[in-house]
Ligand binder design. Structure first.
Ligand code: ATP
Length: 235
C-alpha cells in the first residue's frame, strides 16, 4: 500500500535518511524501531511532504507522493500524528479534533459522524470536549492527537512515538487503542522507542539506525533476535 524506495533526505550536509526501502501492506501494523536521532521522524515528515527527499520515491498505491503538497497527501489518505502531539493547547478538545478533518471540511455530515466515532473510542474526550486541550493529562492529550489524525480519514495512519513521556499504564492504553484502530481496517505505521510494547501489537517491524534500515522481520523474529533484545528491549 505504501512503498518507499531509496528514500534519501539531507539536512544540509547531514544525511538523515540514507536510501531507505520500506513497505507497508494493506491492513498491516508495522513498527519502526530506533533510538533517538535514528531518523524515524524524518521518515514520517518526508512521507507527509513536510520535508523534501533528495532522491527516491514514496508510492501510495498507484500514486507518487513525492513532490505533493502535504494537504494533498492527507487527502489521499496518509495521515501523520506527530511526535510531541502538537495540539493547539488553548483551543478546546473538540476544535482540535475538528481541525484534523480540515481537508474534508466540505463534508460536514461525515465530520460529525467521525467526531462521534472518536468520542465513542475515547469517552473521556467527550466528557472534556469543551476544555482547552492543554489542560488535559499527557495520556488524554495523546488521545486527542490520535483522534485528530483519525478525523483526517486515514487509510494509512502514521504515529510518531505516541507513548513518549507517558506512564506505563497509559502507554498500554494508548497502544491498545492503536491496535484497535488497526483491527478496524486502518493500516498503521508506528514509530516507537518502546520496542517491547510496540512489538506486542505489530505484525512486522523495521529497525533504523543512523538513517538506515538495518533489520526487518516479523514480530516473533525480532522479539527473539539477540541483537534486538540487547539494544532495544533489555533482559
Ligand atoms: P527522535 O526520537 O529523537 O525524534 P528520530 O529517530 O525521530 O529521533 P529524527 O528526528 O528524524 O530522528 O532525526 C534524525 C537526525 O536528523 C538526528 O541526528 C537529528 O539531530 C537530525 N535532524 C532532525 N531534524 C533536523 C533539522 N531540521 N536540521 C538538522 N538536523 C536535523
Amino acid at each position: 500500500m505504501l512503498r518507499l524506495e531509496g528514500a534519501t533526505l539531507n539536512y544540509g550536509a547531514f544525511r538523515a535518511l540514507d536510501a531507505v526501502n520500506l513497505h507497508v501492506g494493506k491492513g498491516e501494523l508495522v513498527v519502526l524501531l530506533g533510538a533517538n536521532g535514528a531518523g524515524k521522524s524524518s521518515l514520517f515528515l518526508a512521507i507527509s511532504g513536510l520535508r523534501k527527499l533528495a532522491s527516491g520515491s514514496i508510492r501510495f498505491e498507484d500514486t507518487e507522493l513525492r513532490g505533493r503538497k502535504p494537504s494533498r497527501i492527507v487527502e489521499a489518505g496518509v495521515v501523520h500524528c506527530p511526535e510531541g502531539r502538537k495540539l493547539f493547547p488553548d483551543m478546546s478538545v473538540r476544535k482540535n479534533l475538528i481541525l484534523g478533518g480540515y481537508v474534508h471540511r466540505h463534508d460536514g455530515k461525515g465530520t460529525r459522524h467521525l467526531l462521534d466515532h472518536v468520542f465513542a473510542m475515547f469517552p473521556i474526550l467527550h466528557a472534556r470536549r469543551d476544555l482547552p486541550a492543554g489542560s488535559l493529562s499527557g495520556g488524554q492529550q495523546q488521545m486527542v492527537a490520535i483522534g485528530r489524525a483519525l478525523m483526517g480519514r486515514p487509510r494509512v495512519l502514521m504515529l510518531d512515538e505516541p507513548s513518549l513521556g507517558l506512564a506505563p499504564l497509559i502507554v498500554k492504553q494508548v497502544l491498545e487503542a492503536v491496535k484497535a484502530i488497526n483491527e478496524t481496517g486502518t493500516t498503521v505505521l508506528l514509530a516507537e522507542q518502546n520496542a517491547y510494547a510496540a512489538l506486542q501489537i505489530a505484525h512486522r517491524a523495521y529497525v533504523m539506525e543512523s538513517g538506515r534500515i538495518v533489520m526487518e522481520g516479523d514480530r516473533d523474529t525480532l522479539l527473539a533476535d539477540e541483537r534486538i533484545r540487547k539494544a532495544y528491549i533489555g533482559a
